[in-house]
Design a protein around this ligand. Sequence first.
Ligand code: GUN
Ligand code: ZN
Length: 625
Amino acid sequence: MFEIKVRDGLARIGILRTKHGVINTPTILPVINPHFIPIHPNEMLQMGAEAVITNSYIIYNDEELRKKALKEGLHALLNFNKPIMTDSGSFQMYMYGIEIDAIEIVKFQRSIGSDIGTILDIFSEEESYDKIKEEVEKTIERAKESMKERGDMLLACTVQGGIYKDLRRYCAKQLAKLRSDIYPVGGVVPLMEKQRYAEIAEIIIASKKELPPSKPVHLFGAGHPIIFPLAVALGCDLFDSASYIKYAKDERLIFSDKTLRLKEMDELPCCCPVCSKFGIDDLREMDREERVVKIAYHNLWQTFAEIKKIRQAIRHGNLWELVEQRATAHPSLMDAMEVIKNEKKWLEKWENISKKRAFMYTSRYSIHRPIVYRLQKRILERYEPFFEKSIIFGEMEKPYSRNEWMKKIEANCIIESCFGPVPLELDEIYPVAQSIFPSSMDVEAEKEVRKTCNKFYKKLKIVDFSAVKKGSKDFDIRKIKSIANYQFGKGAGEALFSGKIEIIKSKTTGKIRNVICDGKHVVSMRAPDGFFSLKAEGGKRLHAFFSPPKMRVVVTDDAIPFIKEGKNVFAKFVIDACKELRPYDEALIVSKDDELIAVGQCLLNRDEMLDFERGIAVKTREVIK
Ligand code: GUN
Ligand code: ZN
């Protein structure tokens, strides 16, 4: 079973439980060939390995190995006590045309005690649509039959479908119904080898759109770290790789952004234990066999270093930066970015409300990140002007509202920022205040910004600076109302803040901290991202104002007593939720009859809440008394 701990959009740090312990994801499972083990799996643990993968067909096909595995088990065979995944031989069938019985090999994986087995999916060549469709049907049929044989082994049901997006979606949709444990995306090895990253991105996206969000996704046969950040950002949790040894045999060194032949290198630009101990000449002078093993070590260290970098980026919420940095490593990765650019709407569904780190403009793709799409969309849809007239300002130092005179203008002040139009009142929300841009952007970004500005200005009456008065005193009220509208929806500002409004500010920073209405604490403002945390009173007001399902997370009756004690809402107790809720959004926790129980912060969106069987869906903040 799989559980999310931290996320950055579709990318997640998760825990997958197996019979031999947990696998922390995202991670890569090094491929172990039972006939040749130059680096023992136990040694891989120090590099960061969580689990390994081996091929059950190789064991099955070798009498000695088969007997030993059946008698003593797979873990004894490999002398490894951590999780082991097994593949089925699909790839060998595709490469060498060998014959394997689909059900027999699943039963065999179970008999030898594999933690995660794999169905014998059909690896499609680049063939006609009809041929691949036929093969997809066969894969689905085999998955159904294999599910009956899995016992206590976790089963991976591979999505196939070649480069046809609709076949991928169809295959994923059918396999999703089986509710197996892991969903690999298969058939990408030839695309990886030819660096056809745009098609790989399309395949992952098509599959992910239909796969259950609560299940880990494995990208089969993608072992070069160059693809990891992108694949993780699209929702892949697991990788496997024989590349570390395959490349070593070719005397090629893997780096996060490239591969270099030892022959062509003059220095070792790496500080892994191998490269720290040996110079390039030492490597060259070694026996070939020793050299290959040393390079394999280096390759694994580099591979795991990239995994660690990705996990750190997920925790900081800046994985897109890493994806964009890697995109410069190969023009084909830029082609993949073009594919991703068109998926903003879908990506936004999974995107966090805010991140721990500032938005750093990294490349011409930065303006297409889902968080920017969210910002522009919400401003277009949720902003309510206070004045009849509006004035436009150019980009300026942040936060914009440090310019006291702007707050007094009796017109809506709109700043044409690098993100697009930003009303002055929203200058402290994420990512507006927490962003760093170069002094000039690329042409594409500027065009994108222009487009949004023009769309936004159509709704406003734009006037000249000289045509407005300068006596307005209620900027703070406008500010809290605008943030509420942006964060919760149109009308939320009026609904939350009525009666005698008291705004409490920090003595040190002067920033808004709490808002009290008629003596009741309605919201607190979070210093890092400029958004509100709802207090019980705020929840009551929004609950009265918005009709269901808006902002709601509906829980089962038996969960209510626990939530009333202040316990968090676990996903398995969620019956329904508002489609507009996003990770880290504020939510109203209600009963089936829409009785307000508590307010809290979501960790999941609706699709995830309804799909996950484990983990927290909403962190309860305050119970309604
Ligand atoms: N190894 C590399 N690609 C694949 C695939 O598509 N299916 C399976 N089962 N194993 C693989
Ligand atoms: Zn190294």
